[in-house]
Ligand binder design. Structure first.
Ligand code: C5P
Length: 403
């Protein structure tokens, strides 16, 4: 199952230099399992040929509203009804203006008016054109009409300018689409997660930590939020942007993570401990930088004490949320995970095989074995966003059957 398995996406390509990126977008949409139909404006064909997008989408590309042959196959009204979501990418300033004002004088603007599904725009234009009051008025109008905006991004532009107006990257657009098409079946469900590593200070400049990137926890928080859940994420230090629609509380140490979790856990329905919490921390933090010149050549002894197990602490509370833990193992994965689930009193455990370098820690992909009393599910190797969707499905299925 792909991230957008069997979702019906109508991609409308309008005429800007970023149109070349639509080939990559179509390829990724297909890889994610979506059914894709492509329409192009006449100007878009100056930048990329219909043949390219036809080969990649596996369906005839249309650009003319008066195309008798195409109308015989799937009429334009039928095509508009077919689409669960219409995405215009790239959307030029001219296209934004025409869509904001409801013109129906070419294929894209006609389909836009006739489409009953969700609508999204990924703008791409010169930064001055994006900032122009007329464009911003059109954007405001379209937003008020319920249209989703994916981007634009800031950065260097094809014309040499720097500023807002770059087309969002296809990979990011894919996640935007998955979010826009997700069912809102978790409204009212409250979820608390931990993610990332913790840093345990040795002195003011040094710390003990681990390789956790936080990617899995962030993807999981995003997948819950995409379905309408109210999500709080307690995050150790990571280099990731906050998931959209998620309240992120940033902490550094295991002790701070425990404190934030204890302050936020009351009233939560589900708690998911994704963080790679340091098991040990220095007994005391040196107030000043430790100098190697003070004892040249001598052994350095660090005294460590165990940190509190946040997951077990939450699992021992009464009342308590439904509790999901993670296990990273290199061997005998299932046996260790079962034992950990029992020892910590968990409702579910998701296990990573960290002996594999293609998945886990800093990788973009993951695979999980999910266990709960009386059940198991394997989530085969896929992107962390996709695995997160599968894990949310699993958590919700089992949680709903138990509470
Ligand atoms: O015992 P182990 O560290 O293998 O357990 C991993 C699970 O426990 C993960 O879900 C992790 O987030 C959680 N954990 C925790 N607090 C700790 C150590 C682990 O919440 N101090």
């Amino acid at each position: 199952m792909g991230l957008l398995q069997d979702r019906r996406v109508l991609l409308a390509v309008s005429g800007g230099i970023a149109a070349y990126k639509s080939a990559d977008l179509v390829r990724r949409l297909r890889e994610a399992g979506a059914a894709v139909r492509v329409v192009m404006s006449a100007h878009a064909q100056q930048f990329i040929t219909p043949m390219t997008l036809q080969a990649l989408s596996g369906a005839r590309v249309r650009s003319d509203i008066f195309d008798a042959e195409a109308e015989q196959g799937m009429g334009h009204i039928e095509l508009a009804r077919w689409a669960e979501l219409v995405l215009v990418a790239p959307a030029t300033a001219a296209t934004l203006a025409r869509l904001a004002h409801g013109h129906a004088d070419d294929l894209i603007s006609t389909l836009w008016l006739a489409a009953p599904g969700r609508k999204a725009l990924a703008p791409a234009m010169n930064q001055q054109m994006w900032r122009a009051p007329a464009t911003q008025r059109n954007v405001e109008q379209l937003r008020a009409d319920g249209v989703l905006f994916f981007g634009p991004e800031e950065g260097e532009q094809a014309c040499g300018d720097v500023g807002p107006g770059r087309l969002r990257e296809p990979q990011a657009l894919l996640l935007d689409l998955a979010r826009a098409l997700a069912p809102q079946d978790l409204r009212g469900v409250r979820v608390l997660l931990t993610a990332g590593p913790t840093q345990e200070a040795i002195d003011p400049v040094r710390y003990i930590s681990n390789h956790s990137s936080g990617k899995m926890g962030y993807a999981l928080a995003q997948a819950f939020a995409d379905r309408g859940a109210t999500v709080t994420l307690v995050s150790g230090p990571v280099a990731l942007a906050a998931p959209v629609g998620v309240e992120v509380q940033r902490v550094q140490s295991a002790a701070q993570m425990l404190e934030a979790v204890q302050a936020g856990v009351a009233g939560q329905d589900i708690f998911v401990a994704c963080a790679a919490v340091a098991d040990y921390r220095p007994v005391s933090v040196a107030p000043r930088k430790l100098k190697k010149t003070e004892n040249p050549g001598a052994l350095m002894h660090l005294q460590l004490e165990p940190s509190t197990d946040i997951l077990a602490t939450v699992a021992a509370r009464r009342p308590r949320p439904w509790v999901v833990g993670f296990a990273a193992e290199t061997h005998d994965i299932e046996a260790y995970a079962q034992a950990k689930m029992q020892a910590k009193g968990l409702d579910m455990i998701a296990c990573n095989d960290v002996s594999r370098s293609d998945i886990g820690f800093s990788a973009d992909d993951n695979a999980l074995l999910v266990l709960w009393p009386g059940g198991r599910r394997e989530l085969a190797t896929a992107s962390k966003a996709h695995i997160a969707q599968g894990l949310v499905d699993t958590i919700i299925d089992v949680w709903r059957s138990k509470v």
